[in-house]
Design a binder for this molecule. Structure first.
Ligand SMILES: CC(C)(COP(=O)(O)OP(=O)(O)OC[C@H]1O[C@@H](n2cnc3c(N)ncnc32)[C@H](O)[C@@H]1OP(=O)(O)O)[C@@H](O)C(=O)NCCC(=O)NCCS
Length: 171
């Protein structure tokens, strides 16, 4: 019987940056340069970055800045070969666990108005559209939707977290 290795989500290391940058390159029209991740990992005490890994392979990554009482998601991507297999969910759950542990009251992020895949994932995690930033993306002038969760410790987000934790346990 074939045994499938589990997907684990753990802190990003400097040695992950090349693989992360490759996923960025495959995912975004204006990817962050690799040195931006290196700087974030080395010098930004407000930032936390995670990767989803199966055996040695990096499948996806995500980052959050803890600003006052808000967890602001800075970047989020899954390798094209691994999308729609629950990796994004695992990454988002981990960011929320980190934010809760560090005392954030809610999470927020920006998403391209055209990025319905990302918006759909975020809505599943309780994010609601709370604003719009005009011409936010400098490469093509697209607007961003601002999406924010209710209180992480409130009943609706606790339900989301319970469901996602149970799903993670079930593999
Ligand atoms: C958005 C992204 C991170 C989702 O990652 P993923 O690993 O495919 O997401 P999951 O498999 O965990 O999906 C969880 C849920 O999100 C929603 N979702 C994810 N991709 C979707 C798509 N292409 N269309 C519609 N809904 C989608 C679904 O509700 C899905 O649940 P389901 O598969 O049970 O229907 C991935 O598509 C990606 O890396 N895109 C390019 C980079 C990007 O846009 N990053 C976000 C910047 S704001």
């Amino acid at each position: 019987m074939a045994v499938t290795s589990p997907i684990v989500v753990e802190p990003m290391q400097l040695s992950d940056v090349a693989a992360v940058h490759e996923i960025e390159r495959l995912s975004f029209s204006s990817p962050w340069p690799a040195r931006a991740f290196e700087q974030e990992l080395s010098t930004n005490p407000m930032a936390r970055y995670v990767v989803a890994r199966r055996e040695e392979q990096v499948l996806g990554f995500a980052g959050v800045w803890l600003m006052v009482d808000e967890g602001h998601i800075t970047t989020f991507g899954v390798h094209p070969d691994w999308r729609r297999r629950g990796v994004g969910r695992r990454l988002m759950l981990e960011l929320m666990e980190i934010a809760l542990e560090l005392g954030a009251a809610r999470m927020t992020l920006e998403a391209r108005v055209s990025n319905s895949a990302a918006q759909s994932l975020y809505q599943r995690f309780g994010f609601e559209v709370t604003g719009r930033r005009s011409a936010y993306y400098t490469d093509d002038g697209e607007d961003a939707l601002v999406m924010t969760t209710p209180e992480l410790r409130g009943p609706s987000m606790q339900t989301v977290l319970l469901v996602e934790r149970a799903r993670r346990k079930g593999g």
